[in-house]
Design a protein around this ligand. Structure first.
Ligand code: WQD
Length: 337
């Protein structure tokens, strides 16, 4: 079975490529390197021992995508392609709506043209908006606080409607919590452009001496230590969730939503302490004002993914901190060699 990874050169796509290959799938990657680097492909080929077919295209480009589907015998698609910086989405909403929706339109249209029915979509816990209660369960209310989040929720709606109209479609919507860590080999990992927005890449860059100190965004939340609580999940566990989702999509029709998280929440200071302990490196930090749009607490109820997909996260916070630092310390410039 051959799987197209749209946006497959990114952080989650690259790890999913490794896990799918390990599970015996053939994989094709399409990416325009808007937020990734060509070097990741060399690393993937080294780790898999295979030459993974690659198409440098924008998946919103329907003609290019059609050419790929004509060339390759694609059986299923995982759609990772999209912009993902929350703050940037507030400043450039049209850019986000256009990019993140157009890629889905062209993917679905080209899939239908070529008789491909199975799609797994990268959604996000951000679609739960400001949670009324935690843990978050798939059937709970949704609503977003920024354009990035809305593109995820709108994509979920569009794909659900497409599956209602075309009974041969099988859509799996995966709501990721906070993916961190890296492949244990230290060869692939997260390589953000510029100053990182997310917590773990920021911490690893402080550890590497590239940034002076971490700013902790608020210590007056209604949480045990006052800092924000999130459900951090190792990216290799997350990647394995996609393998389970692809298996599921092959056996079922219609739309299904799954949380991919661990079910455990850690605060910002828990993460700082765990990172220091796992790697024996001090992370200087200072308390800063709250970051606009942040919520106090967010963690998953991952029971549905376990009951239906047979998937659960296996790695712990120590693995996440060690693997994140192993990647960063061995690749101080990320994929720039
Ligand atoms: C985690 C915690 C911050 C940086 C975002 C998106 C989400 C998903 C993942 C993906 C929060 C605190 C962070 C820093 C800090 N999108 N923090 N200092 O905001 O939970 O989720 O990224 O691509 O849709 O919303 O993740 O890692 O930015 O923050 O104190 O320098 O760390 O306030 O409590 P978040 P994050």
């Amino acid at each position: 079975m051959k799987i197209l990874l749209a946006g497959g050169a990114g952080f989650i796509g690259s790890h999913t490529c490794i896990e799918l290959t390990k599970a015996g799938y053939d994989v094709v990657i399409a990416d325009n390197f808007s937020n990734s680097k060509p070097e990741v492909l060399n690393r993937i080929n080294q780790l898999t021992g295979k030459e993974i077919p690659f198409y440098q295209i924008d998946v919103a480009d329907k003609a290019a995508l059609d050419g790929l589907f004509t060339q390759e015998n694609i059986d299923a698609v995982i759609h990772f392609a999209g912009y993902k910086a929350v703050g940037e989405s507030v400043e450039k909403p049209l850019m986000y709506y256009k990019n993140n929706m157009d890629s889905t339109f062209s993917l679905i249209e080209v899939m239908e043209k070529h008789g491909v029915s199975n799609l797994v979509f990268s959604s996000s816990a951000t679609v739960y908006g400001i949670p009324k209660t935690v843990p978050l369960i798939e059937g709970m209310d949704t609503g977003c606080t920024n354009p990035y989040g809305w593109t995820k929720l709108m994509n979920e709606q569009i794909l659900t409607d497409c599956a209602k109209a075309n009974s041969s479609l099988s859509i799996v919507l995966l709501r990721y919590f906070n993916p961190i860590g890296a492949h244990p080999s230290g060869r692939i990992g997260e390589d953000p452009n510029g100053i990182p927005n997310n917590l773990l890449p920021y911490i690893t860059q402080v550890a590497a001496g590239k940034l002076k100190k971490l700013g902790v965004f608020g210590n007056d939340y209604d949480t045990p230590d006052g800092t924000g609580v999130r459900d951090y999940i190792h990216v290799v566990d997350l990647a394995k969730g996609h393998v389970a989702a692809i298996d599921y999509a092959d056996k079922h029709k219609g739309t299904e939503i799954f949380n991919l998280g661990t079910g455990v929440g850690y605060s910002v200071l828990d993460i700082v302490n765990a990172f220091e302990k796992s790697n024996n490196i001090k992370i200087p930090y200072e308390i800063k004002p709250r970051r606009s749009g942040d919520i106090a607490t967010c963690y998953a109820d991952p029971a549905k993914a376990f009951n239906v997909l047979g998937w659960k996260a296996e790695k712990n916070l120590d693995d996440m901190c060690k693997d994140a630092w192993n990647w960063q310390s061995n690749n101080l410039k990320g994929y720039d060699v």
